[in-house]
Design a protein around this ligand. Structure first.
Ligand SMILES: [Cu+2]
Length: 120
């Protein structure tokens, strides 16, 4: 009787430990947002042809200040298009689902802001 009670208690403790270990198992911490400040002024864009790194599913934010309307095009799969207005501090957020090199371009200026190396 005493032995069985001890065994049962031991089994429950083992189970609890298993559950705790499971809940505390290492999972990758959520990647912080990638924020890119972009300025479009007098036909020039900053940055230009930058190289960035991101992970699949990581939120990527472009914060755009512009003196002209344009179209921001993220050449990912599927792609993302954003209308840029002549205004400060416009934020455009997206995620990339497919790893690879993703160009972010301005169609009216015909410039590449950045290429994002998206890793799985
Ligand atoms: Cu494009």
């Amino acid at each position: 009787m005493t032995v069985r009670a001890t065994l049962v208690t031991g089994w429950v403790v083992a189970l609890m430990c298993g559950l705790v270990a499971c809940a505390g198992s290492p999972s990758p911490p959520p990647a912080a947002d990638l924020v890119v400040d972009v300025t479009i002024a007098k036909g020039q864009v900053t940055p230009s042809n930058a190289t960035l790194r991101a992970k699949v599913g990581q939120p990527i934010t472009f914060r755009v200040t512009s003196d002209a309307a344009d179209e921001l095009h993220v050449h990912s799969v599927p792609d993302h298009k954003f209308q840029v207005a002549a205004a400060p501090n416009q934020t455009f957020q997206f995620k990339v689902d497919v790893p690879g090199n993703v160009e972010v371009a301005l169609h009216h200026l015909d410039r590449t802001i950045a290429t994002i190396h998206v890793q799985p």
